[in-house]
Design a protein around this ligand. Structure first.
Ligand SMILES: C[S@@+](CC[C@H](N)C(=O)[O-])C[C@H]1O[C@@H](n2cnc3c(N)ncnc32)[C@H](O)[C@@H]1O
Length: 299
């Protein structure tokens, strides 16, 4: 179960690299043409069908809302699909983000082009609980959430069992050279105060190449786009900075890292963060590269 502390530290991390806005920009740039292609191939009755989205690891829902809006825009501008309903089913096993998700979607329910359903389950729990359900999806997305599942089995299940014929699987993942992965890798070699599985599994370190490997193995089409970010790490060097300490916790995947490790280990980690970042206009930034992958079966 994710702690409230992790949710807070992830929020700071997102702010410090403008993750949400960079993700949204990348999705707005690349996703529409794949939705358009998929709509052009659909044979369903426009009056009686719906555009179904499955969001896995939906967090607090901001990205789900953006994706549903991108889809709504495409539906309106491509072949009179504007009357089709959009159903967004979100899987989020942790209660803190779930509660925020509900608040976020209910705040905009009046003007929303989509209806939202949140299921408080892990991907595997959901998979087991819907084994007899026939609902299929036009779009399934894992936005920064493939780290928590078995990648091959999850993407196989989505591509083969849960996507409609012309559906798209969208994955946004951090690349292995990211500062977060490097620091966690370095920290894993030291004595950690607590074995914390909140963030990345070791598979997460190579995740985009894993996805490509499986796409090739099963003969699916895939495209991959880079999303470049700059993480502002300046505050981790200030011991009294609340934001800096939350960011340090996120980067090391350890709650209250500064207080819970030896002075030697802390200094080594801070030195390492310094090595991985550059100074600009009085602040320190580290490059971060994410990948947006879109998988599909049709031409
Ligand atoms: C890094 S957050 C990303 C949230 C959101 N997609 C975003 O981009 O803002 C990953 C989310 O996946 C959820 N999660 C963790 N394990 C999961 C699992 N086994 N199945 C589904 N979701 C999971 C976490 O609770 C967390 O909210």
């Amino acid at each position: 179960m994710l702690s409230l502390h992790f949710v807070k530290s992830y929020k700071i991390f997102k702010e410090k690299c403008q993750l949400h806005s960079k993700n949204v920009t990348a999705l707005k740039k690349h996703l529409p043409s794949y939705v358009k292609q998929s709509l052009a191939s659909r044979h369903e009755d426009k009056e009686h069908s719906s555009f179904n989205i499955l969001s896995v690891g939906s967090g607090t829902g901001e990205i789900d809302i953006e994706i549903a809006n991108i889809v709504a825009e495409e539906l309106c501008s491509n072949g009179n699909w504007e009357n089709i309903r959009i159903l967004n089913r979100a899987l989020e096993p942790n209660k803190f983000p779930c509660a925020e998700y509900e608040a976020n979607v209910s705040a905009m329910i009046e003007n929303s082009p989509a209806s939202y359903e949140i299921i408080p389950q892990t991907f595997n729990e959901y998979r087991n609980s819907v084994s007899n359900e026939s609902v299929k999806f036009d779009l399934i997305h894992f936005i920064q959430s493939l780290y928590y599942v078995d990648i091959e089995s999850a993407i196989w299940y989505c591509m083969v069992e849960k996507l409609k014929e012309y559906g798209r699987l969208v994955c946004l993942v951090g690349d292995k050279d990211n500062i977060t992965n490097k620091i966690i890798k370095q920290a894993k070699n030291k004595t950690m105060t607590k074995d914390n599985h909140d963030l990345l599994t070791s598979e997460g370190l190579e995740i985009s190449s894993e996805i490509v490997k499986f796409a090739k193995k099963y003969g699916w089409h895939y495209v991959i786009y880079s999303v470049n970010l700059q993480l502002d790490v300046t505050d981790v060097f200030f011991p009294d900075s609340v934001e800096g300490n939350l960011l340090l916790d996120f980067l090391t995947n350890t709650e209250n890292y500064r207080c819970n490790v030896s002075a030697l280990e802390l200094n080594e980690t801070l030195d390492y963060i310094k090595q991985l970042s550059v100074e600009r206009n009085g602040r320190r930034y580290s490059e971060k590269k994410d990948s947006l992958l879109i998988l599909y079966k049709d031409e």
